[in-house]
Design a protein around this ligand. Structure first.
Ligand code: SF4
Ligand code: SF4
Length: 362
């Protein structure tokens, strides 16, 4: 233990302060939960536990990371998921429309969202009845600092929590990066500080704009006694609600119908069955099954389809105008951000085009 013992500013009936991080695979929520829990236990004198829930090792799959804290005198003997978070962090704004993301909030819970929108806009997207809402543009910060969004969100969480010590969490970040990735220590500390300083926080007393949903414990319909055989899909059509767009990191495959020869290679290559085919007119003017294009709801931005397409009917494009990306570029972002990413250190590899800097890997 290194720091003074702090006080939890609220606890549940069992004496726990609970955090839930809602994320998708690849955004670093598991590591963020781990670092926060480690900092609170080793540096602020709490007892605590961290664990995550995620599926297969697949970018884009849902990830929930849980942290449970209590006083040093108490033992943590529960490893059940956090159903009622005192602090909820949402790593991507798209998750706000996913059922269950905001489930179990108390009227005075703290919600931290990674978004480029204003706090009021995020409140409306989340239909938040009351509580404290913090919004941080973690993606912009991560692009500018050449890091990942999780450290920026950690900074935002620490500020919004009201009891976490920033110095203690920064030490835990240093400890987790120092040996394996020493070059990442400084950029991540800067990212943390920016998340801490740039979060916009607003309190919403209950004003009736959105109705509070009474907490209901989730009771699974299936258990050991009545679960069907493995591999049986009991709710056909369930992918209609799946949204992988949250796992794209600013780039997507743009489809050019006029170049497409309907060869189907993209469809065979895509790991997520994104491509939609239907009857139409092919290049010979005949009625045939033709590619209508990607359904971006399911696209996670891996760009395998761009690589396989023989006629450049799929090209990598930026989702937002301030980002630019090409296949042999490793770093990308708006000009100002890239300047801070070390353009001076290797000027020969940097190129400028249309106001954007590109970094050639080879
Ligand atoms: S980038 Fe292409 S291959 Fe990857 S998920 Fe999207 S459509 Fe499929
Ligand atoms: S690989 Fe390219 S040309 Fe072939 S169907 Fe897909 S988009 Fe069209």
């Amino acid at each position: 233990m290194m720091g003074a013992t702090a006080t939890l500013n609220k606890t549940n009936e069992l004496g726990f302060y609970e955090l839930r991080l809602e994320s998708v695979g690849g955004l670093g929520a598991n590591l963020a939960g781990q670092v926060l829990a480690q900092a609170m236990v080793l540096g602020q004198g709490f007892n605590g536990a961290h664990f995550s829930s995620y599926g297969s090792e697949k970018k884009g799959s849902p990830v929930k990371s849980f942290v449970r804290l209590c006083t040093a005198e108490k033992e943590v003997r529960s490893s059940s998921p956090v159903e009622r978070p005192h602090l909820l962090a949402v790593f991507h704004q798209c998750l706000l429309k996913v059922e269950g993301t905001l489930a179990g909030l108390y009227p005075d819970s703290v919600v931290v969202v990674n978004s480029a929108d204003t706090v009021d806009e995020v409140r409306d997207k989340a239909n938040l009845p009351s509580g404290t809402l913090g919004v941080v543009n973690a993606l912009d910060i991560a692009v500018a600092e050449n890091t990942r969004i999780n450290t920026a969100i950690m900074g935002a969480i620490v500020r919004a929590s009201g009891f976490m010590d920033a110095a203690v969490v920064k030490k835990a970040i240093v400890d987790s990066f120092r040996d394996r990735y020493p070059k990442l220590v400084e950029p991540n500390l800067k990212t943390f500080d920016r998340g801490f300083n740039e979060i916009q926080i607003k309190e919403y007393p209950f004003d009736g704009k959105y109705q509070a949903v009474p907490f209901q414990r989730f009771v699974p319909a299936l258990g050991y006694a009545n679960a069907p055989m493995g591999g049986v899909i009991i709710n056909p059509g369930n992918t209609a609600h799946k949204d992988l767009s949250a796992s794209r990191q600013g780039i997507y495959p743009k489809y050019w119908r006029d170049r497409c020869i309907d060869c189907g290679l993209c469809t065979e290559t895509c790991p997520d069955y994104v491509f939609v085919w239907d009857w139409g007119v092919d290049k010979k003017g005949q009625r045939a099954r033709v590619l209508k294009g990607p359904n971006y709801q399911y696209c996670k931005g891996c760009l395998k389809c761009v690589e396989i397409c023989p006629v450049e009917a799929l090209t990598e494009e930026c989702e937002r105008p301030e980002f630019k990306f090409t296949g042999d570029v490793q770093l990308w972002g708006p000009p100002d951000a890239l300047v801070t990413m070390g353009r001076e250190s290797d000027p020969a590899k940097w190129e400028q085009d249309e106001g954007y800097y590109w970094y050639r890997v080879s």
